[in-house]
Design a protein around this ligand. Structure first.
Ligand code: HPA
Length: 307
């Protein structure tokens, strides 16, 4: 197996149907999730001398940020042991380890989702790998529908809390204390200091920043207008199909979390028009420059706080 260095063309094969569990578990073999994640982490660290303490999960349309990393090593997910492969449009499926300025970072160009048929443990597996790599902070980005009325298309919203409606939790099953405790606290899952920095840096560079509560649904169908009214009633400001399993796994291992949503559309029923994935991708593309500007401004601040 060989990882591709920068400038070497990465050939992506047509996505194969996902495997539905980490291979070690599915076959009933003796490898635990902890060991699988350790092998993946070892593989990644053998491809580069960089040892990032900050990881980014770049959602719909945002993967391009990782193409700007310097001293980059690009590793297709398919080459990383036990790593799930991305099948969603707008998710390249490459892990890029490189630098932003002087800061070593690890960027996932795309993630996997429950709606692709993956298990919640598969969805959270990259975070397990980051934990084994010694990552201390993760920035999770996503596209979301805006439920709160000010959260119009194109706004960037810092996630302050979430509501898990995916009927799944990556910590289900026997707990491995090597990752973290059986019952991790989620009362401040989204790091307060990171949130303040994100809002502050966003405002400083002229992006009006907001904070909101993200509700995660399994998808892939968008919500009905009645579901959106329900979500608003229970306190959700944003709706999406990702991020929450990753946040839970990160907090389990003590990794500090920043979550930022790009509002790509008004949630179902708020405008008199149907939802369309094309609109989601187009908005993410339009806001990409601002989003990347924010991440660049934030990384040195986060690096300072975790060091
Ligand atoms: N609903 C769920 N997921 C989404 C949406 C939405 O409206 N927009 C982008 N991801």
């Amino acid at each position: 197996m060989s990882a591709k260095k920068t400038n070497r063309k990465t050939e992506r094969q047509a996505p194969e149907p996902p495997e539905f569990a980490l291979p070690g578990f599915a076959a009933g073999e003796s490898l635990s999730e902890f060991e699988c994640a350790g092998l993946a982490a070892k593989f990644i660290s053998e491809q580069t001398s960089l040892r990032p303490e900050i990881a980014l999960v770049l959602g719909s349309g945002l993967g391009a940020f990782a193409d700007e990393f310097s001293s980059a090593t690009k590793i297709p997910y398919a080459e990383i042991p036990y790593f799930p492969r991305s099948t969603a449009v707008g998710h390249a499926g490459t892990l890029v380890v490189g630098k932003v300025g002087r800061i070593p970072v690890c960027g996932m160009q795309g993630r996997v989702h429950l709606y692709e048929g993956y298990s919640v443990k598969d969805v959270a597996f990259p975070i397990r790998v980051f934990a084994r790599m010694g990552v201390k902070a993760v920035i999770l980005t996503n596209a979301a529908g805006g439920i709160k009325r000010e959260f119009v298309q194109g706004k960037l919203v810092v996630i302050k809390d979430h509501i898990n409606l995916q009927s799944a939790n990556p910590l289900s099953g026997p707990n491995d204390e090597r990752f973290g405790p059986r019952f991790p606290d989620m009362s401040s899952a989204y790091d307060r200091r990171f949130r303040e920095m994100a809002v502050g840096e966003g405002n400083r560079i002229g992006i009006g920043m907001y904070e909101g509560v993200y509700a995660a649904l399994p998808g892939p169908s968008y919500e009905t207008p009645a579901e959106i009214r329900y979500l608003r009633t229970i306190g959700a400001d944003l709706v999406g199909m990702s991020t929450v399993p990753e946040v839970i796994a990160a907090r389990h291992s003590g990794i500090r979390v920043l979550g930022i949503s790009c509002v790509t559309n008004a949630a179902a029923g708020m405008l008199d028009q149907p939802l369309d994935h094309k609109e989601v991708l187009e908005t993410a593309e339009r806001v990409k420059g601002q989003f990347i500007g924010l991440l660049k401004a934030l990384l040195p601040r986060i690096a300072e706080v975790i060091s």
